[in-house]
Write a protein that binds this ligand. Structure first.
Ligand code: ATP
Length: 420
């Protein structure tokens, strides 16, 4: 098991990691997520004894990495696939690592087979593609047959077959009882690979929970309801009936209704009672990517000015950043945006069940969950709001969620110096 307690790392005035506490348990794949620059690699380097924490500590199996007896046989890691002497062949690179750790040469050939590089084992690694380099880095991590494995972006540069292979490898390693800690920006992959997630933003813990809980805590389920296109009055009638019953109803670009606040059977019953025929009644559950974007929206450092999402950022507070989203309550499904219109200008925050928590950016980042661009000039969500949801309790964070800590990152002097 990996255990971090109050882990903090400062580089000069820059706080890369602040007061991180978490455990990575054996037998599961734990995903490590966070926007660019949020401190994932720094955390991994501290776990591996490559960086000294400014305060706090991190142990593997109860020992700091540097005091682990025969560490390479207990812990394997892929941090930077390019950290290989390009003039050496894949085999001689692995052989030199094996010799340093007293690992027999036979194991080198085994891991070359496991990662599928046996055919190119004697080729110089400088001619390797990005994906081949990743495979070589994974081979190095597996060399000591360790119980604890850390992978920083292992699927970076891999083709679909390679991604599939890494996914199965991680799962197999975890199923063997090993501790597998893996960072990635590929949410679709994480959704099918990881069992548990640790999410950080600007160096601080945002979430520590199962993938399933993470998705449900950061999304609002809703129903898509369609009535016959040829009879628009049916849709209007249903919309009124559902609204009267307490739902929040919005019209999507394709004419379907997006309904929150009522379970599907109730929607069906109400439609039936109102004599409205339904052509579609389907549940929508957010993807990990949607949930992740909703959670980390306030903790993204680098965003294109051309990115439509830029307008949805909470303003950077002087001397601090907009608080990461605490995981409590339910959130509005991300509403499609009208072309170029400020996201919530003039439009009240949709209320009712499943809506936003005070202190957060209203309504979410504004990406279209349905993947459909809204019609220019028409904001289907600028409808009068239902009464606002009662305020969520401000202080108590949900289980597994850290309360947002004060921002200790400093943007003005990102010194490359390590001031530990
Ligand atoms: N040696 C260093 N000196 C100064 N600042 C550093 C150093 N290493 C990391 N940082 C800063 O610490 C912050 C966290 O960086 P880190 O590489 O850990 O983030 P990350 O989450 O791994 O990012 P990415 O997803 O882009 O790989 C960044 O702002 C980075 O610039």
């Amino acid at each position: 098991m990996i255990e971090a307690v109050g882990l903090t790392k400062r580089y000069g005035a820059k706080t890369a990691v602040y007061n991180l506490s978490f455990q990575v348990r054996p037998g599961t794949v734990t995903g490590f997520l966070g926007p660019n620059g949020s401190g994932k690699s720094t955390t991994m380097r501290m776990i591996l004894g490559l960086d000294e924490p400014t305060s706090g500590h991190v142990t593997i199996g109860g020992h700091p990495f540097r005091r682990l007896p025969n560490a390479p046989r207990q812990v394997g890691a892929l941090l930077d696939a390019k950290a290989v002497h390009g003039g050496r062949s894949a085999r001689s690179h692995l052989l030199s690592l094996a010799q340093l750790s007293g690992i027999p040469a036979q194991r080198v050939d085994e891991v070359l087979g496991v990662v599928g590089l046996q055919e190119v084992a004697r080729r110089r690694s400088k001619g390797f593609s990005l994906g081949m380099g990743q495979r070589l880095g994974i081979a190095a991590a597996l060399l000591g047959d360790p119980q604890v494995l850390l992978f920083d972006e292992p699927v970076n540069g891999l083709d679909p077959e390679g991604i599939h292979w890494v996914r199965n490898l991680m799962k197999t390693l975890a199923a063997e009882g090993r501790t597998v800690f893996v960072s990635s920006h590929l949410m679709s992959e994480m959704a099918v690979t990881a069992d548990h997630l640790i999410v950080i933003g600007r160096g601080q813990l945002l979430s520590d929970m199962s993938v399933k809980d993470f998705i449900s805590a950061n999304s609002a389920d809703f129903a898509r309801v369609r009535t016959p296109q040829t009879e628009p009055q049916q849709r209007e009638k249903l919309s009124s009936v559902l609204t009267e019953a307490g739902a929040h109803v919005m019209t999507e670009q394709d004419g379907a209704l997006r309904v929150t606040g009522l379970p599907l059977p109730r929607i069906s019953d109400l439609a039936n009672d109102a004599d409205v025929r339904l052509w579609e009644l389907s549940p929508h559950q957010a993807s990990l990517e949607e949930a992740y974007m909703r959670m980390t929206q306030g903790a993204v450092d680098y965003r294109s000015t051309a990115d439509q999402l830029a307008g949805f950022q909470q303003p950077q507070q002087p001397g601090g950043y907009a608080e990461p989203v605490a995981q409590q309550g339910w959130y509005a499904p991300p509403p499609p945006q009208a072309g170029g219109q400020p996201p919530f200008a003039g439009a009240p925050l949709p209320g009712g069940p499943g809506y936003a928590v005070p202190g957060q950016a209203p309504g979410g980042p504004g990406y279209a969950a349905s993947g459909q661009a809204p019609a220019p000039g028409h904001n289907p969500y600028a409808t009068p709001a239902a009464p606002a949801a009662p305020p969520a309790p401000a202080a108590a964070p949900a289980p597994g969620v850290s309360a947002p800590a004060p921002d200790l990152t400093k943007r003005d002097s990102d010194s490359p110096e390590d001031a530990r």
